[in-house]
Unconditional design. Structure first.
Lengths: 281, 251
């Protein structure tokens, strides 16, 4: 009896290991892609506090440039779309854990992040780091931030850069609204964030006494992401393809204009670079 | 020796990119961890002391015959006990913070006299203090009326009766419940994150945002630190409980 149990245990253990090696040997299981197709719905992580890329309309609906991109993606896959609001500090974990199938969430494409999620090429947007500061202070160089309190958002990679390079004392809040409120309350001399977002804030008319006085730094392309295991499989290749087409057709530039975003040279260059050689012939 | 220690974690990161114990080989991140740990300790110790003082004082005020005083204490308890500490922190820092006096080092900045750390101490102390008042009140009510009458007949004033007779006995009764509440207080200090108090959680979140591969390692460290921190507190409280034990009184 004992021998039978023993051999059974051993056998199941061996089969467990061999099963494991079979799974890792197969390159593409396409689990998430198949799941999406089977249930007829793709769950996309987007921002809900990042106007005008992903934010809530006055009626509470999620809208913005990235939400429009997500709609295009779902339409091309011919599945329903479910939007899940994510934050900078949890978006990659949501994707890792399968809470979302993919994300288009204003994420800067960084080496470290590529080890966690499958960021596909080409990048769909880019932004640099800048500050919003009161006109009254008349800041003119990044060095003006040295030793001064500067408000930031938890999860932004450039907090560390601005602190290390210019000696700014970063006070990082969990949300944009809190950080901007702290700036209005004069608890810090500037709000360090993506230049594109600051520009849209300034044009909203709510920050008339503020300006974006410095030259943007650390221009960093944004990346959308699929699960890391499916980056070089159907899902990743599909997202690369649709992003390429959105560049080539000018769809991204069109969306940029639709949402009142100041036009970015990056999109113009990408459109030119990917130009169809037969166009206009 | 130290070199091979950090080398081990560098190698671990190379082979397992999700287990990046960055604070073991990058001195800059190690500094952030230590800074956060220090702030957490500071916050915990100061809040524990203040909240106990508030508890003792509040419980005494509740024994006074003056109804108005008792009502004020009761109002304080209801306000702080019945609202989430997270909302208290935000309310104090953002809403009340606007009405505190400020000073300006450069003509534009208005640095409030009470910093975010200050507000965290105030808010968390009063939050835990509200529970402590109730804990001590329960202890005081456990003291038999006859004991108080005996002390009165010996010529003790109301304050003296409280200070020398009621409080020492009530304190012993209250210690187990106090123990619980202080453990909770130490854990609640992490919520100061929302007003950007650079305590341990804030620093760890910042680190794993800067180095996304270090998330698991950061979570693990947080877990271990709080187990140790709360363990030390509980150990100390239990020792104290034993030291204050009166044979034949209580358990």
């Amino acid at each position: 009896m004992k021998v039978i149990i023993k051999s059974f245990l051993l056998g199941s253990l061996v089969s467990l290991f061999t099963l494991g090696s079979v799974v890792s040997a197969a390159q593409c299981t396409n689990d998430v892609w198949n799941k999406v197709m089977k249930r007829g719905k793709v769950v996309v992580g987007v921002k809900a506090d990042y106007k005008p890329w992903g934010y809530r309309s006055t009626s509470g609906e999620l809208i913005g440039m990235e939400i429009d991109m997500a709609k295009d993606v779902a339409a091309a896959m011919n599945v329903d779309l479910e939007l899940v609001p994510v934050q900078s500090s949890n978006r990659m974990q949501f994707l890792e854990q399968g809470k979302i199938d993919m994300m288009i969430a204003t994420m800067s494409d960084r080496v470290d992040r590529r080890k966690i999620v499958g960021i596909t090429q080409p990048n769909y947007y880019t932004s640099g780091t800048n500050i919003m500061s009161p006109k009254a202070l008349g800041l003119s160089s990044w060095e003006d931030l040295r030793g001064k309190p500067v408000c930031g958002k938890q999860g932004a990679f450039y907090n560390k850069i601005v602190a290390d390079r210019y000696g700014a004392k970063i006070i990082a809040f969990t949300g944009n609204a809190e950080a901007k409120q702290a700036l209005r309350d004069k608890k810090c001399i500037a709000w360090v964030y993506d230049d594109s977002s600051i520009m849209s804030d300034l044009s909203s008319g709510e920050f008339d006494d503020f300006e974006m006085p410095l030259a943007s730094e650390d221009d960093n392309p944004w990346g959308l992401a699929v699960p890391l295991a499916e980056k070089d499989c159907i899902f990743g290749h599909f997202m690369s393809g649709i992003t390429y087409n959105m560049h080539q057709s000018g769809r991204l530039i069109e969306l940029e204009q639709k949402h009142g975003i100041q036009s970015t040279n990056y999109l113009v260059i990408q459109k030119y670079r990917n130009k169809d050689w037969l166009e206009g012939k | 020796m130290l070199g091979s220690f950090s080398q081990f974690f560098l190698d671990l990161y190379e082979s397992n990119p999700k287990w990046n114990f960055i604070y073991f080989y990058d001195p800059k991140q190690a500094d952030r961890v230590l800074e956060g740990l220090w702030t957490t300790l500071e916050l915990s110790v100061v809040c524990v002391i203040f909240s106990v003082v508030i508890g003792v004082a509040g419980a005494w005020l509740q024994t006074l015959p003056n109804r108005l005083v008792r009502m004020v204490v009761q109002g304080y308890i209801q306000f702080f006990r019945n609202t989430p500490p997270l909302i208290q922190l935000m309310f104090f820092y953002f809403a009340l913070g606007q009405f505190t006096p400020t000073y300006s080092p450069d003509g534009w900045l208005e640095i409030p006299i009470i910093s975010n750390v200050g507000w965290a101490i105030i808010s968390l102390s009063f939050f835990a203090g509200a529970f402590n008042v109730e804990i001590f009140r329960a202890g005081i009510e456990a003291i038999p009326e006859s004991t108080k009458e005996a002390s009165e007949s010996l010529g003790f004033s109301r304050l003296q009766t409280y200070r020398y007779i009621v409080l020492p006995l009530a304190f012993r009764v209250s210690l187990p419940a106090l123990n619980n509440n202080l453990v909770n207080l130490v854990k609640t200090t992490t919520q100061a994150l929302v007003i950007a108090v650079p305590e341990l959680l804030y620093q760890m979140v910042s680190i794993y945002n800067d180095y996304s591969t270090s998330m698991n390692a950061c979570m693990l460290l947080l877990f271990v630190v709080y187990i140790v921190l709360v363990g030390i507190l509980v150990f100390g409280m239990q020792r104290w409980e034993r030291a204050m034990n009166i044979p034949g009184y209580g358990s």
